[in-house]
Design a protein around this ligand. Structure first.
Ligand SMILES: [Mn+2]
Length: 469
C-alpha cells in the first residue's frame, strides 16, 4: 500500500455506527479527484476528502462509496488501472485489495454509482449526502440527482451531517496518536523558524524553513502558513517583507502528517534577541489570556465562555496600559474588545485544520439551542458549544493593532466609554501577537497535544539569543 491505514476494524466500526444511526436510504460519500493547477494533468497536491478518509481510509483519487443504510451493504466505486495507466504509475494495489484493507468486500466501476443512485431514487429512497465543497463533486451530484448545480446545496442531508459530526468530534485513541505526531512536527516547524530568523532576511526565507520541516518528516502543510511582521493582518498571505530588529514575527503554521491529521500552532517572537518593553507588556497580556483559558478547559464548559473570559483578560490588560477603561465585562458584552481581538479563540482540529468545517459551523461549533453571535469579533468564534471528552481544539488568543479599525471606530466615536483613543495612537504600528496550542479535552480537564514550545517571554528570548549569537 502506498499510504498508511488504521487497522480495518477501525473503519468497519465507524461505518457500522454511521449505518445504524436511524437513517434510511443510501449514504453517498465522495472522494476527491485530482485537480489541475494550470492545465488538466499538472495537479495540485492531492488531498483526499476527510470524511472519505474517516470511513474508508483510501488515499487515492476518483473514488466514491455508498452505504445502504437499510441493508448495510457497502460498495466502493472506482476504476481498476488499465495497462495504459500502469505505464505511467507503475503497479499500484488493486481497488479490491484497497477495499479489503478497510473491510469493504464490494467494489464496482465508478460509473455504476450513477445507476445505483438513479435506481434508488426511482423507488423513492432517500439519498443522503454532505455539502460538496469541490466543484467536480457538486457537478457529479447534480448529474446523478438530475437537479441544477445551484440546487445541490439545499439538498444536503442534515441528519447525515449531524451523525458524522457526532462521530468525528470524539477522537479515538488511534487518532490521538496521529494528532500528537502532527502537532510535534508542527512544533518543530516553529522551533525551526525561531532558530533560523535573522534581521535582514525576507519573511519568505523563514517561511521556507517552516515548510521544509513538514516535508522532511513525510508530512505536508495543514494550511498555508502565515509568517509575517504584520501579525495584525489575520490571514496575511504576503511574505516579501524584510524582517528588522525591533519587529516581531508572527508564525502561524501546522503540519499534516502522513495520516492527514493536522497541527495548528502560532508563535510570536522578536526579530532581535529581545522583545521591546511595550511588546513584552502586550505579549504578557496575551499569555495571561491563554493561561486563563486553559484553566477553564474541561467537560461541560461552553467554549463561548472561555472566549468571553479571554476577551475580558485582554481588556483588563489593555486597561493597565491605559488604552481601555470602564468595566471590563461590560466592555466585552458591548463588543469593545474587538478593537484588539477581532477573531475567535479557537476551533476544532482533526483531519481538517478547522475540523469538519465542510459540514457547517452551525453543527460543528454550535447546537440547535446555542447559536453563533452576530457581533463583530464574536461572530468569528467557530466553536461555542460545551466541551466534551475526546474533543480536540486550538486555543489561540491574540492582540491585533489594526490602524484602519482604530481610525474607523475613532471617527465614529465608537465605544468612547471603553477605549482611550489618544493612548491607543502609539500602537498604530505595533502589529499583532498571537500564541496558539492544540489541546485534547479529557474526562477531568485537558492535555496538550504534541510537545511544549518555548512560550514565556523569557523562554522565547532565550531561543532567540542563542540563535543570534
Ligand atoms: Mn488556528
Amino acid at each position: 500500500m502506498q499510504f498508511r491505514l488504521f487497522e480495518s476494524a477501525i473503519y468497519t466500526n465507524r461505518r457500522n455506527v454511521l449505518q445504524k444511526n436511524s437513517l434510511t436510504g443510501l449514504i453517498v460519500l465522495l472522494g476527491n479527484d485530482e485537480t489541475g493547477m494550470n492545465y488538466k494533468d499538472n495537479w495540485y497536491p492531492f488531498r483526499q476528502d476527510s470524511n472519505f478518509l474517516y470511513y474508508f481510509g483510501i488515499n487515492m483519487a476518483s473514488l466514491a462509496a455508498v452505504i445502504d443504510a437499510d441493508s448495510g451493504e457497502e460498495i466502493i466505486f472506482g476504476n481498476e488501472l488499465t495497462i495504459e495507466d500502469i505505464v505511467w504509475t507503475g503497479s499500484l494495489p488493486s481497488l479490491v485489495d484497497m477495499a479489503t484493507a478497510v473491510g469493504v468486500s464490494k467494489t464496482q466501476p465508478y460509473n455504476n454509482i450513477e445507476i445505483l443512485i438513479r435506481k434508488a431514487m426511482a423507488s423513492g429512497r432517500k439519498i443522503h449526502f454532505i455539502p460538496p465543497y469541490r466543484t467536480e463533486n457538486k457537478i457529479k451530484m447534480s448529474q446523478w440527482l438530475q437537479v441544477a448545480v445551484n440546487a445541490i446545496d439545499q439538498m444536503v442531508s442534515v441528519p447525515l451531517i449531524k451523525t458524522i459530526i457526532s462521530q468525528r468530534s470524539y477522537k479515538e485513541n488511534c487518532e490521538l496518536v496521529e494528532m500528537d505526531k502532527a502537532t510535534i512536527i508542527s512544533a518543530d516547524m516553529h522551533l525551526a523558524a525561531m532558530r533560523f530568523a535573522k534581521p535582514g532576511m525576507k519573511e519568505y526565507e523563514v517561511m521556507a524553513k517552516v515548510k521544509e520541516v513538514a516535508y522532511a518528516q513525510n508530512g505536508s502543510l495543514s494550511f498555508h502558513p502565515i509568517v509575517t511582521i504584520h501579525g495584525e493582518t489575520l490571514h496575511n498571505v504576503y511574505s516579501g517583507n524584510t524582517i528588522k530588529e525591533g519587529q516581531m514575527i508572527l508564525c502561524d503554521a501546522g503540519a499534516a502528517n502522513d495520516m492527514h491529521y493536522a497541527g495548528d500552532l502560532t508563535c510570536t517572537f522578536p526579530v532581535g534577541k529581545k522583545f521591546t518593553s511595550i511588546q513584552k507588556e502586550v505579549y504578557e497580556i496575551v499569555l495571561q489570556a491563554h493561561y486563563s483559558s486553559l484553566a477553564m478547559l474541561r467537560p461541560g464548559v461552553l467554549f463561548k465562555d472561555v472566549y468571553l473570559n479571554a476577551a475580558e483578560k485582554i481588556v483588563e490588560g489593555m486597561q493597565l496600559l491605559g488604552v481601555m477603561k470602564g468595566d471590563a465585562s461590560e466592555a466585552v458584552a458591548a463588543g469593545a474588545h474587538a478593537m484588539f481581538f477581532q477573531c475567535g479563540l479557537g476551533h476544532m482540529i482533526g483531519l481538517d485544520v478547522h475540523d469538519m468545517e465542510d459540514l457547517g459551523e452551525p453543527y460543528v461549533g454550535y447546537t440547535d439551542t446555542l447559536k453563533k453571535s452576530t457581533q463583530f469579533g464574536m461572530k468569528s468564534l467557530r466553536l461555542g458549544r460545551a466541551l466534551e471528552p475526546g474533543f480536540t481544539l486550538t486555543v489561540e488568543p491574540g492582540i491585533y493593532m489594526i490602524p484602519q479599525l482604530m481610525d474607523k471606530w475613532k471617527n465614529e466615536n465608537k465605544f468612547t466609554e471603553f477605549i482611550n483613543y489618544q493612548a491607543l495612537d502609539k500602537f498604530r504600528d505595533f502589529s499583532g501577537i498571537r500564541v496558539e496550542e492544540d489541546y485534547l479535552i479529557t474526562e477531568t480537564g485537558y492535555r496538550l497535544l504534541g510537545k511544549k514550545l518555548p512560550m514565556s517571554a523569557d523562554e522565547v528570548e532565550a531561543v532567540r539569543a542563542e540563535s543570534l549569537q
